[in-house]
Design a protein around this ligand. Structure first.
Ligand code: NAI
Length: 397
């Protein structure tokens, strides 16, 4: 099969397995080119197949030889469907982890369900006894409450008033006018139900009750705070309300974990990057493309792997944490630079289709989008006939 990208509404519905392999390999090479560090032994990652979760898995596996268990929701390839990028990322993480002599395990299915939690706990009990770290890096648009059976859909909306802006039309490399509608109170509550801390706490409570947490156990969930330039669409929007709930959940769990395990529940705010989840947020991609340009010019730009390697090596397991007034870890510190944000705001107010290439790094932004789907790597031959039948036989362990 010759695989070319097919993009609809900023979602790539075809992915390239060999490009996904390259994406995983490059992140591993980055970590291997850095200092190794002393970190956790047994790690459970919820949402470790792409974006920040995958970068966390690679940082810990290849940075400090952690054993990693990943739970992700991915689609395997079938007939002429290429499957999801996260599926191939899992396949190739396993490929390189095996070569490096690391221990790993993948569960593919719904992390919100009790069945999945039971399966993972049975595995932990049998293989490891206890875990030292749980990373919560899930991004989803729906969740079925395992106790009531009710399904909640999250929305990416503003609160109180409609917000107008642009999004990036990836296919045509253009700006497209976009509106973010104001959410109803029910939509806000539903988004909190999906992307808030409820499921994170269920995981921790169940692992605690089953006596699967080690002395010194830590857990971290990822949030985005951004700056005034994005407050209306994120921090003060529906997703921001869900992230506030994540903060509140950490505040509830932290003293309990401290007392029982000398452990901690952490929140880490990350930098805006291109992921499957983030390009879908209305208006956010334009901010991202401007940010990329300015941070690259300033020499402060980081991708997911640089962010997560720094978070674990310097902050969670290191001596250089950057902590804010409510105890969040802040590897997004470089994005927060005031002068940088002033410039972003100014450009956002003036950007249009005539000056788009001059004022933003739209090419770099789109290239990152292509890369997370396995395209745009100069060393992958996209005219090569890919033997999907053979690749589809690879099973995840
Ligand atoms: P992503 O789309 O790359 O990854 C989402 C992960 O969640 C994937 O592994 C996917 O398989 C998994 N997932 C989704 N539904 C699932 C389910 N029902 N069961 C099991 N796994 C499921 O997203 P990204 O951007 O890496 O997001 C991860 C976290 O990082 C989110 O909490 C997000 O808010 C946060 N974050 C992202 C930023 C960004 O710019 N991308 C910035 C700051 C924070």
């Amino acid at each position: 099969m010759i695989i070319k990208p097919v993009i609809k509404n900023n979602i790539c519905i075809r992915v390239h397995p060999l490009g996904c392999k390259e994406n995983v390999k490059r992140q591993i090479e980055y970590v291997e080119s850095q200092e190794s560090f002393k970190g956790p032994k047994n790690v459970l990652i919820i949402g470790g197949s792409s974006g920040y979760g995958l970068a966390s898995r690679i940082s810990l596996g290849f940075g400090c030889k952690s054993n990693t268990i990943n739970v992700s929701f991915e689609v395997e390839p079938k007939k002429n469907k290429t499957g999801t990028a996260g599926w191939w990322n899992n396949v190739y993480f396993q490929h390189y982890a095996k070569k490096a002599g690391l221990k790993y395990k993948d569960f593919v299915g719904d992390a919100f369900s009790l069945e999945m939690k039971d399966q993972v706990m049975t595995y932990i009990k049998k293989e490891y006894g206890k875990i030292d770290l749980l990373i919560y890096s899930l991004a989803s648009n729906r969740r079925t409450d395992p106790y009531t059976g009710e399904t909640y859909i999250s929305t990416l909306k503003s609160i109180n008033k409609e917000v107008k802006g642009y999004t990036i039309d990836i296919n045509n490399e253009l700006l497209k006018e976009e509106k973010m509608e104001a959410a109803t109170p029910e939509e806000i509550q539903n988004t909190i139900k999906v992307m808030g801390g409820e499921d994170w706490k269920i995981w921790i409570d169940m692992l605690d009750e089953a006596d699967l947490l080690n002395e010194g156990f830590k857990t971290v969930a990822y949030t985005y705070l951004g700056s005034p330039a994005t407050y209306e669409i994120y921090h003060h929007g529906t997703i921001g309300m869900a992230k506030n709930h994540l903060d509140e959940t950490a505040a509830v769990m932290n003293p309990i974990l401290k007392k029982k395990y000398n452990g901690e529940a952490l929140i880490s705010a990350s930098k805006a990057i291109v992921t499957k989840a983030s390009v879908y947020i209305p208006i956010f991609p334009v901010y991202g493309a401007i940010l990329y340009k300015l941070m690259k010019e300033a020499g402060t730009h980081e991708g997911e792997i640089e962010q997560k390697y720094r978070l674990f090596k310097d902050m969670i397991y290191g001596e250089q944490p950057i902590i804010d007034e409510v105890n969040r870890l802040r590897p997004d510190n470089l994005e927060q630079d005031e002068q940088l944000q002033e410039k972003v705001k100014e450009i956002l107010a003036n950007i249009n289709n005539e000056n788009l290439h001059e004022l933003s790094d739209i090419k770099g932004f789109i290239s990152d989008f292509m890369k997370i789907n396995g395209f745009d790597f100069e060393n992958v031959d996209y005219n090569e006939d890919v033997d999907m039948d053979a690749l589809s036989e690879i099973e995840l362990i």
